[in-house]
Design a protein around this ligand. Structure first.
Ligand code: PEP
Length: 253
């Protein structure tokens, strides 16, 4: 099965021409990769201009989405707008949004439901902070379980079943994001197994892909992606350096 390599460009780059250059730089490698499916999550101003055209080997994603499809919600972007612009994925619940924009699990739950209902594929981010991780992996699992239970609350399970392949979980320990200190692959594997078994059980009965995110570089990508339990990577900083990102795509095998 192909590994999902997702680029989170965050609030970069600062011009459309630079965004286009980045897309062009990775496209050839993405199109020729047998083992990676590449998704680029761009900031809104560049996203739809790029996503509405076909780029062989590339899928596109947003970094957030609102929970209503239209109405008086100044500044928001709806799932329908993204879907109608050729956007396939959306990142929801990124820790930077939880931290800087006050996103609650309740808001995230509404976003996840609305996005899935509209036919977008959701990359739901969960992960513990350093204070919890210092207590050990069991404490981290408990934290992640609690986030997942809240973020995926009140899904009628029959509907969820149909959406199984549309939900991707990104395990992103907050202390690993942008710090240069990635999680140990063995610990990530254990967390990925935990997430998969939690969501395989009732009331979810889901079989989602689980990605790892947090200081993924071309140096550590291979050692993470070698495990079957880790279905791909969510890459922040290294995804806006095209040469590095290309090496990460190649690390998928
Ligand atoms: C992220 O923003 O999702 C991320 C993982 O960032 P970085 O790769 O820079 O740690």
């Amino acid at each position: 099965m192909k590994k999902l390599i997702v680029a989170n460009w965050k609030m970069n780059p600062d011009s459309f021409s630079r965004a286009e250059l980045l897309v062009r730089a990775v496209q050839k490698t993405a199109a020729s990769s047998k083992n990676a499916k590449v998704v680029l999550c761009l900031p809104y101003p560049w996203l739809t201009d790029i996503s509405h055209k076909k780029h062989k080997g590339l899928s596109f994603g947003a970094q957030n989405v609102f929970w209503e499809n239209s109405g008086a919600y100044t500044g928001e972007v709806s799932p329908a707008m993204l879907k109608n612009s050729g956007v396939e994925y959306v990142i929801i619940g990124h820790s930077e949004r939880r931290k800087w924009l006050g996103e609650t699990d309740e808001m995230i739950n509404k976003r996840v439901k609305a996005a899935l209902k509209t036919g977008l594929k959701v990359i739901l981010c969960v992960g513990e902070g350093i204070e919890i991780r210092k207590k050990g992996l069991s404490a981290a699992k408990k934290f992640v379980k609690n986030q997942l239970q809240k973020d995926l609350k009140n899904f009628p399970s029959s509907k969820l079943q149909a959406l199984s392949s549309y939900l991707v979980i990104a395990y992103e320990p907050v202390w690993a994001i942008g710090t240069g200190k990635a999680d140990k692959p063995e610990d990530t594997v254990e967390m990925a197994k935990f997430i998969k078994s939690l969501l395989a059980a009732k009331p979810y009965t889901l079989n989602p892909n689980v990605l790892y995110g947090g200081s993924v570089t071309f140096r550590n990508a291979g050692s993470l992606l070698q495990y079957k339990e880790i279905n791909g990577a969510l890459v922040g900083g290294a995804s806006i350096k095209s040469k590095e990102f290309i090496k990460i795509i190649r690390a998928a095998g």
